[in-house]
Each structure stands twice: as C-alpha cells, then as structure tokens.
Design a protein around this ligand. Structure first.
Ligand code: F6P
Length: 327
C-alpha cells in the first residue's frame, strides 16, 4: 500500500451548503495525520489550469457556517477529454499529490472514475455534495437538508398569500433530473400536489384532485413542481391548468438559486464533518475510487461506477403519504 503524503481537495458541480464545513473537516483531518494539504480552485478546471493553493488549519477557520464553497466550483468540459486529463495529471504530479478528495455530484464522480482508470496511481475518494440528493449510496447529500428548509420557508410564506386570495400557486423548485427536493418540501410544506421528473404528470388526475379539494371547501392550493417535470416546469403546467380550470386564479413562483445558497443547517454541517473525516481515513487506509456516504446513520462506501443518479430511486412512499394527507 502506497502511503499518502500530499492530499488535494476540490469542490465541483453545483455549490451546496455544507461544502465548506466538509472542506474544513477534510483539511483538519489530513493535517492531524501530518499530510501536506492543497486546495484546488474551481474543481477539475483548476486542476487543468494549475490553481493549487496550500491550506493550513487557519485557512479553514470561520467557514463552518458559510454557504457556497471557498474553493469555488465549476463544471469542466475540458476534463472530459484525454488532453484535459493529461494536463490535470501533470499538474498533480508537479505538486506531488498522491491522494484526492472530490466533493460533488454525479458528474464529479463520473470524472473521477474516468481519471482513476487512466491514472490508477492517483487515489481518489468522493463525498456527495449536491442539493439534489440524487446519488445512490447515501441517504443524504450535503446541502439537501438546508435546501429543503429554504424551500419550506418560502412555501410557508406563499401559503399566506394563497390562503388570503384563494389562489392556486405552482412553486417550482430545483431538480433537473430528480424530484427529491420537490417531494420532501412538498410533504413538509403540506402541498396539495407534487409533480416530479420521475413520474409523468396526469392532468386529468391533477384537475380532479383540485376540483375534489374545492368540493371539500379548500379555497387555495399549493403545487410543488420540480424543474425537471416533463411538461417543462411550473409555467408550462400553469398554462395547461389555466386552459382546463379557467375559473382558478393560478400563480407561478420559481424559487431558483435561492435554494443553493445560505448558511448550512446543523444537519449539513454534521454530515460534512463526518464525511470529511471518513473520506481522509479511507484514503489513508488505501481505499480509492469510491464515494463515502451515509446509510441508516452508518458510514457506507460505494464504487464511483455505481454512485450515479440513474440508480437512485425516488422514495415514492413519501408521495403516497402526501396523497393521503393532502385531502
Ligand atoms: O446542483 C444541482 C442543481 O441545483 C440542479 O437541480 C439544477 O438544475 C442545477 O443545479 C442548476 O445549476 P446551474 O445553475 O449551476 O447550472
């Protein structure tokens, strides 16, 4: 087993609250094992452009509560080419890096797997960081809990107006390929309906549910729509509803990037701390090409090749529960 002496870490893909808490955990765990630590700015793109920065314990002071990522982030197309990977490898070698911690989502791990296949001497451990919570191998990704709390704060406010004006609100939340944020915030926010990319919207069912609610003296309704909903999102669903229910006053709110920012919840900070410590310890014990996640409260490792979003089924039990409770 090759001993790791120099570790680099980076964040990649969409930023997520809790990434900084995790960066702090990785840096301080590595330092406690006497490793030299480098932060790579802007993910894989910074690896290609040689943006390496030595980090000390003080470099990660006062960041535990901050959203975003102090290491910055990017989605790099160049890294997906052999030439890009070769440049990145040359830079890693010039800084004598032998171990990497990559914090990101599906695309980050696909990149890491391709890189380790080309350059097996570089050991990489991944940490799931995305508000979408769409990765297999972990019950929670960094940032998801904070994002859901941000969404329900907004839903609660919109509900005040919906109830006061007897309106039907469609609230669009993030999730290009995953309905997890919509599902969790829909249930937590008491939504009448939750529309997901994973399940085609049946307008006949939606209309009869809204009409049934009216019959039961419901005067307002909240519909959570994931941005990846197959009709195109909340605006498109609203257009169809207006045709079918012209007597409804229908409004659309798109929450957008407010969901990605903000101070991480206690849950995301603790998750970041655990995953950061576990990732470094795994690298030191010779592990590589895996994501470390959390399953039923326990540390759980999954090879990058299996940690994709395609393999993570949505918990449709939550939808069933919401259907019972939203009558
Ligand atoms: O981080 C994941 C995600 O939030 C998706 O839900 C969303 O579609 C996407 O990022 C948008 O990211 P950006 O605006 O950075 O392209």
């Amino acid at each position: 087993m090759n001993k790791i002496e120099r570790l680099a870490l980076f964040t990649s893909g969409g930023d997520a609250p809790g990434m900084n808490a995790c960066v702090r955990a990785v840096v301080r765990t590595a330092l406690s094992h006497d490793l030299r630590v480098y932060g790579i700015l802007r993910g894989y793109q910074g690896m290609i452009e040689d943006e390496f920065k030595p980090l000390t314990s003080r470099s990660v002071s006062n960041i535990i509560q901050r959203g975003g990522t102090i290491l910055k982030t990017a989605r790099s197309k160049e890294f997906m080419t052999e030439a890009g990977m070769d440049k990145a490898y040359a830079n890693l070698k010039s800084h004598q890096i032998d171990g990497i911690v990559a914090i990101g989502g599906d695309g980050t791990f696909k990149g890491a797997e391709a890189f380790c296949t080309r350059f097996p001497d570089i050991k990489i451990m991944g940490i799931p960081g995305t508000i979408d919570n769409d990765l297999s191998g972990t019950d929670y990704t960094l940032g998801f809990d904070t994002a859901v709390n941000t969404v329900i704060e907004a839903v609660d406010k919109i509900r005040d107006t919906a109830a006061s004006h007897d309106r039907c609100f469609l609230i669009e939340v993030m999730g290009r390929d995953s309905g997890c944020i919509a599902l969790w915030s829909g249930l937590a926010g008491g939504a009448e309906e939750i529309l997901l990319p994973e399940k085609p919207t049946d307008f006949d069912v939606l209309v009869s549910k809204l009409e049934e609610g009216k019959g039961n003296n419901k005067t307002s309704s909240i519909i959570l729509v994931a941005e990846g909903e197959k009709n195109g999102g909340a605006a498109e669903v609203a257009d169809e509803l207006k045709k079918r229910l012209p007597h409804y006053e229908t409004k659309v709110t798109v929450l957008g990037h407010v969901q990605r920012g903000g101070s991480p919840s206690a849950f995301d900070r603790i998750l970041g701390a655990k995953l950061g410590v576990w990732a470094v310890e795994a690298l030191l014990s010779g592990d590589s090409r895996k994501m470390v996640g959390i399953r039923n409260g326990e540390k759980h490792f999954l090879p990058f090749s299996e940690a994709s979003r395609e393999q993570e089924p949505l918990d449709l039990e939550l939808l069933r529960i919401n259907n019972i409770l939203s009558k």
